[in-house]
Design a protein around this ligand. Sequence first.
Ligand code: G3P
Length: 214
Amino acid sequence: MKIFIDSADIAEIREAAEMGVIDGVTTNPSLVAKTGRSLDAVIAEICEVVDGPISAEVLATDTEGILREGRKLAAMHENIVVKVPLIADGIKAVKVFAGEGIKTNVTLCFSAPQGLLAAKAGATYISPFLGRMDDVGSEGLDLIGQLVNIYGNYAFETEVLAASIRHPMHLVHCAEMGADVATIPHKVILQLLKHPLTDIGLARFLEDAKKIPE
Ligand code: G3P
């Protein structure tokens, strides 16, 4: 399973990358806005820190605009994945990008039929938003299972990239279901490591070690 960090904050990305377990990065306009920097500056710096797929989202919502912005982003670095919203114009653009060899991450997926069409168009990744489904009383994990199953039935190459992950058990369930990738906020990456028995056990070992003769 691949683990991406869902962040546009360079300090967070650098710290996570230093752990050696980060395969890529996803960003979105909300995350980039929080940095107070331009999209180009943020993406260029992320490309220097992480050598893996880096999703950068277009803002256009018409096919021509998506193609224009996406081609510009893709030209910035070979690791760029163009993040495209799951709307009709976006799906048309994904088909064109696929023909041009430009990788895409189709975002804001909330249903299996949406995910099926994204795969038909040739998306590299599909991003179902788990947490946001849970927020409105749907079961986000069910969608992960459906997409893994549907893509497997027909050997679609599109990878299921579980997004909007809010806590460690989301990741565990995604892994059990066979999601190809999970993109995780920095805070949750740190939570993955935490267990009170690890801290208590380590403190006890270090205390006992003081009694070991030289
Ligand atoms: O990057 C897309 C997704 O991960 C957003 O997560 O927590 O804002 O729903 P969240």
